[in-house]
Design a protein around this ligand. Structure first.
Ligand code: NAP
Length: 310
């Protein structure tokens, strides 16, 4: 079994930032990432809201830069899938497809996955008009016609935000009432650029090189229609990647991990950072900030164990 000071689960901006801070604190740290470093950043064609890049930067480019920075400080990055963990003892155990790891602290930065519509054309046109993040991609749709799928707070708030750029925003909601809070509903309804298609689901996203139209279905009478749009924002919620940690730390009903401001979970020595955490704003910037705090908290926790043992 490999022993470390801290085990970081997940290699997005939260995990990589935790890795950078852990290495600068001279902790023996390992980062375990299922795919490749970057997380959701890797699928962002272009990032315009990360401070320091006024002309924007490609998601893969920024991911590589963060990973390089962490590795140049000595962070060990392992490509493997975390299967389960046991945080009940002082030495936390993380079981992966490639062996077990142990450390007195763990930083969970396993992220969240945007829910997909699961309709034809969605995968092929992701990044080519299909987006899961209005803050990231809204500015690409200046004077265009776009659609937003969803009826929750994210969909309605982001639909209003998107009217800053788009000529017209059509919200497609599968029911006849929005889930979003009333004040957001009122704001959307009185916005002249917003239209709501009730009882409507998307059955297909069409386009050769980029999104050109969507096929919609009225769930009441099963009638089909076609909406010509340049983009479709799928904002139907996210699912945290925390299933493998069920029962180990306290989560909210949706599976997001509850922490305090020090990123400490219900289990001493275990921290959570980034999109897998119950929080208000899920962005690369806030993920990176969480990671820095989590690593600093882990360092302080290790120091407290050393003080106790001397
Ligand atoms: P959400 O509240 O879970 O809403 C998801 C929306 O997408 C719902 O309207 C749902 O329809 C719809 N939906 C889900 N699966 C679908 C599918 N397969 N096809 C079509 N539509 C589908 O998610 P969220 O809006 O991302 O919000 C997540 C959390 O963050 C919530 O607690 C929310 O209050 C909070 N939040 C708060 C604010 C704010 O306070 N300003 C802003 C953003 C987010 P149904 O309504 O029919 O279920």
């Amino acid at each position: 079994m490999k022993k470390y000071d801290t085990i970081i689960i997940g290699g997005g901006p939260a995990g990589l930032s935790a890795g950078i801070y852990a290495m600068r604190s001279r902790l023996k740290a390992v980062l375990i990432e299922k795919f490749m470093p970057g997380g959701q950043m890797m699928v962002a064609d272009f990032i315009e809201n990360f401070p320091g890049f006024p002309a924007g930067i490609g998601g893969p480019e920024l991911s590589m830069a963060m990973a390089d920075q962490a590795q140049s400080l000595g962070l060990e990055i392992i490509a493997s899938d975390c299967i389960s963990a046991d945080f009940s003892k002082e030495q936390k155990l993380v079981h992966t497809a490639d062996g077990d790891f142990s450390a007195p602290t763990a930083i969970i930065a396993s992220g969240a996955t945007p829910r997909r519509l699961m309709v034809p054309g969605e995968d092929r046109l992701t990044g080519k008009g299909v987006s899961y993040c209005a803050t990231c991609d809204g500015a690409f749709f200046k004077d265009k016609e776009i659609a937003v799928a969803g009826g929750g707070n994210t969909a309605i708030q982001d639909a209003i935000f998107l009217t800053r750029f788009a000529k017209k925003v059509t919200i497609l909601h599968r029911r006849d009432a929005l889930r979003a809070t009333k004040i957001l509903q009122e704001r959307a309804l009185r916005n002249p650029k917003v239209e709501i298609a009730w009882n409507t689901v998307i059955t297909e996203i069409k386009g050769k090189q980029k999104v050109e139209s969507i096929t919609v279905k009225n769930v009441k009478d099963a009638s089909l229609g076609m909406l010509p749009v340049d983009g479709i924002f799928v904002l139907i919620g996210t699912d945290p990647n925390t299933e493998f940690l069920r029962g180990q730390v306290v989560m909210d009903p949706s599976g997001y991990i509850i922490t305090n401001e020090e990123m400490e979970t219900s289990m001493p020595g275990v921290y959570a950072a980034g999109d897998c955490r119950h929080k208000m704003l899920r962005q690369m910037l806030t993920a990176a900030a969480d990671g820095a705090i989590a690593a600093t908290s882990a360092e302080q926790y290790i120091e407290s164990l050393e003080d106790r043992d001397h």
